[in-house]
Design a protein around this ligand. Structure first.
Ligand code: SAM
Length: 262
């Protein structure tokens, strides 16, 4: 069973999905459009979370295509359901996956969390049709420099609390630098024509991106306190995240694509 740190049963998951959608869906949709996803494709969306991308894919492939969205705990609102979108509760580490079935497999910010990511990557390659595409989009969580700060000490405070979050993720089995490793891993898994692009932007306090840090730290508040972050530091951190004079680099999203040999 997964030790996924930010599990979807917590109240913060809706805020996390909403922030990820707002900040990154336009990037993902651009990448998948450039890849050529379209009418009639059979797609697998792994760890589809709140379903925005599964729904977008279902609309992109149309009635002659299909999308299977899997997640440990899918949270799909009724208005995101589509006739050609199948939603399945599924653990990508252990549960069966069909072989050689998909024109496209996409997954964003899932393998990063899984200690078994290399085995999962092999399973995903096997699930592609010959000539099918795998697109993995992952963060490099360690490149989040503070770009502007309202007072001396803000940068250190951000580093202290954010660093503690990254340590919790690592203890739970995540590779917080998986984004910088994913291209090589995909090539080693036998995919051809592997390439990647990276997206990042500035996140100002009070904005949607800063809100991602807020929901993440709220969800693991007790673990942060147990790890030595004081309640006062957490309160100061949340105040910083609301301050428009505080600006931090977004998590860079590395989008890597590769094709199964025909
Ligand atoms: C950070 S969220 C990303 C959600 C969505 N892919 C996005 O980018 O907006 C990670 C998602 O992966 C799912 N997940 C974690 N471990 C999983 C596993 N072993 N099998 C399937 N899904 C998993 C979680 O339930 C969660 O919905």
């Amino acid at each position: 069973m997964s030790d996924y740190l930010f599990d979807n049963t917590a109240s913060q998951s809706a805020g996390r999905f909403s922030a990820l959608e707002t900040c990154y869906d336009h990037v993902t949709q651009g990448n998948l459009t450039r890849l050529g996803v379209g009418s009639g494709w059979n797609c697998l969306e792994v760890g589809g979370g709140g379903g925005s991308l599964g729904t977008w894919l279902a609309d992109a492939v149309g009635p002659t295509g299909s999308v299977l969205l899997t997640d440990l705990a899918p949270k799909i609102a009724p208005d995101r359901e589509r006739p050609n979108l199948t939603i399945a509760r599924h653990d990508v580490v252990d549960d069966d996956l069909p072989e050689a079935s998909f024109d496209l497999i996409h997954s964003r910010l899932v393998l990063l969390h899984l200690p078994e990511r290399q085995q999962v990557l092999k399973r995903l390659v096997s699930a592609l049709k010959p000539g099918g595409w795998l697109v993995l989009e992952e963060f490099d969580c360690e490149w989040t420099p503070v770009l502007d700060a309202p007072h001396a000490g803000a940068s250190d405070l951000f580093s202290k609390v954010h660093g503690a979050v990254l340590r919790l993720l690592t203890e739970a089995g995540a590779d917080v630098t998986w984004g910088r490793n994913v291209q090589a891993a995909m090539a080693q898994a036998g995919l051809k024509d592997v390439s990647s692009t990276t997206f990042a932007e500035s996140w100002a306090g009070g904005g949607t991106g800063a809100g991602l840090h807020r929901v993440n730290t709220e969800q693991v508040e007790d673990q942060l306190i147990a790890a030595g972050i004081t309640r006062e530091s957490l309160r100061e951190f949340w105040t910083l995240l609301d301050d428009p004079n505080f600006v931090v680099n977004s998590y860079p999203l590395i989008s890597a694509r590769g094709q199964r040999q025909a």
